[in-house]
Design a protein around this ligand. Structure first.
Ligand SMILES: *C/C=C(C)/C=C/C=C(C)/C=C/C1=C(C)CCCC1(C)C
Length: 246
C-alpha cells in the first residue's frame, strides 16, 4: 500500500510537457544501458584492452547513478541539479583523460601525460562550478578561466605530446585518437554553450531557464556513450588484427 501511494505521489509530479525531465529520464536509461553493454562485453577482450572497456563502463555507470539523482532533484524542485552535475563531471571527465592515456600506452605514454590532462580537467570543472553556482555574478571571468583549461586539453591532444604519441602508434590507434579529439573539440564545446545559455541575464530572457539541462543532457549522452563506443570499436579492431597476425 505504501509503495502504491508513493507511486501515485511521484506520478502526479510528472508533467507531460516537461521536456527537461524527459531528457533526464531518457538520459538515465541510456547511461544504464550503455554501462550494461560495456560491462557485459568485458569478457570478449583480452587483458590489454579490458581496462579501457572497464573505464568506458565506469564513465557511463557513474553518470547513470548521477542521472537518477538529478532526475529526482529536477522533479522535486524544477531547478537545475548543478551540484550533482558537477560531481558527475568531476568523476567522469578525469576518467575520459585516463582513456587517452590508456590507448596511447602502447606508444609509450607516461602517466605524467594522464596527470596533466586530469589536472587541466579539474581546473576546468572547478572554475566552471564557481561561475555557474558560487560566484554567479562573475560568470564571465570563471567561464573564461575554465575555457583556458579546456583549450589546454584541446591543445595537448590535438597538437601536443598526446598527438605525437598517437602518430607514433599509427594505424587504428591514430584513427581512434583522432575521433576522440573531435569529440573533445566539438562534443565538449557544447558545454560552454550550455553554460552561456544558463547564465542569468545573458540569454535566459530568450530561452528561459532549465533549457541548459537539455543541452547538458544531450551533450552527456553524445560524449559519454559515444566516447566509450569509439574505445569499444578500437579494442574490437585491435583484437581482430591480433588474431589475424597470430
Ligand atoms: C561527461 C561530461 C563531460 C565530457 C563534461 C565536459 C564538460 C566541459 C567540457 C565543460 C566546460 C566548461 C567550459 C569550457 C567553460 C564554461 C564552464 C564549463 C565547465 C561548462
Amino acid at each position: 500500500m505504501k509503495t502504491m501511494f508513493l507511486f501515485a505521489e511521484v506520478s502526479t509530479k510528472l508533467d507531460p510537457t516537461d521536456y527537461v525531465g524527459f531528457t533526464f529520464f531518457v538520459g538515465s536509461m541510456a547511461m544504464m544501458a550503455a554501462s550494461a553493454f560495456f560491462f557485459l562485453s568485458l569478457s570478449q577482450f583480452d587483458r590489454k584492452w579490458r581496462t579501457s572497456i572497464l573505464v568506458s563502463g565506469l564513465i557511463t555507470f557513474i553518470a547513470a547513478v548521477h542521472y537518477f539523482y538529478m532526475r529526482d532533484y529536477w522533479f522535486a524542485n524544477v531547478e537545475s541539479p548543478t551540484f550533482f552535475r558537477y560531481v558527475d563531471w568531476l568523476l567522469t571527465v578525469p576518467l575520459m583523460c585516463v582513456e587517452f592515456y590508456l590507448i596511447l600506452k602502447v606508444a609509450g605514454a607516461k602517466t605524467s601525460l594522464m596527470w596533466k590532462l586530469i589536472a587541466a580537467s579539474v581546473v576546468m570543472l572547478v572554475t566552471g562550478y564557481f561561475g555557474e553556482a558560487v560566484y554567479m555574478d562573475q560568470a564571465a571571468f570563471w567561464g573564461g578561466v575554465s575555457g583556458l583549461a579546456y583549450f589546454y586539453i584541446v591543445y595537448e591532444i590535438w597538437l601536443g605530446s598526446a598527438k605525437k604519441l598517437a602518430v607514433a602508434a599509427g594505424g587504428n590507434i591514430l584513427t581512434a585518437h583522432k575521433i576522440l579529439c573531435w569529440f573533445v573539440l566539438v562534443g565538449w564545446a557544447i558545454y560552454p554553450l550550455g553554460y552561456m545559455l544558463g547564465t542569468d541575464g545573458w540569454y535566459t530572457s530568450l530561452i528561459g531557464t532549465g533549457s541548459v539541462d537539455v543541452v547538458y543532457n544531450i551533450a552527456d549522452a553524445i560524449n559519454k556513450i559515444g566516447f566509450g563506443l569509439v574505445i569499444y570499436a578500437l579494442a574490437t579492431k585491435m583484437q581482430v588484427t591480433q588474431t589475424h597476425n597470430a
